[in-house]
Ligand binder design. Structure first.
Ligand code: OSB
Ligand code: MG
Length: 370
């Protein structure tokens, strides 16, 4: 693989409905698409950083800066790459900035699979031809709004409901949903909104037979999560706290987590995601794929990684229509009535980014030539 041009395409898509978490509300999705061009192919990636540093310290702007001033010049200086695993090694001297790194690495993975003429899922080592998916539901104004949404998504076939919680909107909401919908696969995501002082809240949640509680404590903690896990029968899942294979190893060794939400961007790319997947598998720990409200391009990468064996729990990769009036790929991501998505059989990400839709939603474009 030798790219002669890399494009960063800053884009904006309006969400169908605002998405509220314990750290903020999003109505517009700002992101950029990465394009790695050779004579014969274009590899596509997506940067999952948000416009503000609330979920992560990275933002759209920091990612573009790191890419323009460091990552892209390094890629051009390096010359020919024979496998995308080499990109992580090339970028390793740059600390963190995982979402910036991942956006480029992902485009090279797509390019690599296209050059081999195989689906990205196969290139990664995936074995499934369809994946099971769930949906992540933001904090709502009223419990009736929450009932309506859960009902809608259950009817659409989604196999697991993830409910965002925050202090003041936690035990009551989860208990009401349990009573209303019975024994459906359901979990809560706190996005780091609590501390160990909130143990009474977790003891109440622990009675609800939840699949897991995601990232209850600080975004940079693995120590207190281990203490909390010892007091709960509900598995804890780490999201924000895991940025690397090393983080995963330490969290597993300490007993801080019984499953991991793998987000490709948060851990710096597909190669590192696969290593975390393999480590968890060797410990008998199932994983699942998280989401960052991606456009179809990032979504396609998530589908590919979820085709690995040990992605055993339905993830957050919902269909395009759950987020967007119109996605930028063809076909859009479709969830079957049985709550699965077919892993595409075409080369690379297997969905075609549509040039006219890319242009329609692009707000700025930057081109870099070797
Ligand atoms: O914590 O998993 C999270 C969205 C943005 C930032 C953080 C999170 C999320 C989601 C949405 O839960 C998952 C999705 O539908 O893409
Ligand atoms: Mg989360």
């Amino acid at each position: 693989m030798k790219a002669d041009k890399i494009v960063l395409r800053k884009m904006q898509l309006n969400l169908k409905a605002p998405f509220q978490t314990s750290f903020g509300t999003m109505t517009v999705k700002d992101f950029y698409v990465t394009e790695v061009h050779t004579k014969d192919h274009i590899g596509y990636g997506e940067c999952v950083a948000d416009i503000d540093p609330l979920y992560s310290e990275e933002t759209v702007k920091t990612c573009m800066h790191i890419s323009e001033d460091f990552l892209i010049p390094w890629l051009f200086e390096h010359g020919e790459l024979s496998h995308p695993d080499e990109i992580g090694k090339l970028f390793a001297p740059i600390r963190r900035n995982n979402m910036a790194k991942s956006a480029l690495e992902g485009a090279y993975w797509d390019l690599y699979a296209k050059e081999q003429g195989i689906p990205l899922a196969k290139a990664i080592g995936g074995t499934k031809d369809k994946i099971e998916v769930g949906v992540s539901i933001g904090i709502q104004k009223t419990i009736d709004d929450m009932y309506r949404l859960v009902d809608t998504f259950l009817n659409q076939g989604y196999r697991r409901m993830k409910i965002k919680i925050k202090p003041g909107q936690d035990v009551e909401v989860m208990t009401a949903l349990r009573e209303k919908f019975g024994d459906i696969p359901m979990m809560a995501d706190a996005n780091s909104a609590y501390t160990l002082d909130d143990i009474e809240i977790f003891k109440e949640l622990d009675k609800l037979n939840l699949l897991m509680i995601e990232q209850p404590l600080a975004h940079d903690d693995i120590f207190d999560h281990a203490k909390l896990q010892k007091q709960l029968k509900t598995p804890i899942c780490l999201d924000e706290s895991i940025h690397s294979l090393e983080d995963a190893r330490k969290a597993i060794e300490m007993g801080s987590t019984r499953t991991i939400n793998i987000k490709i961007g948060r851990v710096g790319g597909i190669s590192e995601s696969k290593r975390i997947h393999d480590l968890c598998q060797s410990h008998g720990i199932p994983v699942w794929c998280g989401g960052m409200l991606e456009s179809g391009i990032g979504r396609a990468h998530n589908i590919a990684i979820t085709s690995l064996d040990n992605f055993k729990i339905p993830g957050d990769t919902s269909g395009s229509s759950r987020y967007w009036q119109e996605d930028i790929i063809n076909p859009e991501v479709i969830v079957s009535p049985d709550g699965t998505i077919d892993v595409p059989a075409g080369a690379g990400i297997g969905y075609q980014p549509m040039p006219e839709l890319l242009d329609k939603y692009t707000v700025e474009i930057k081109e870099f030539k070797r």
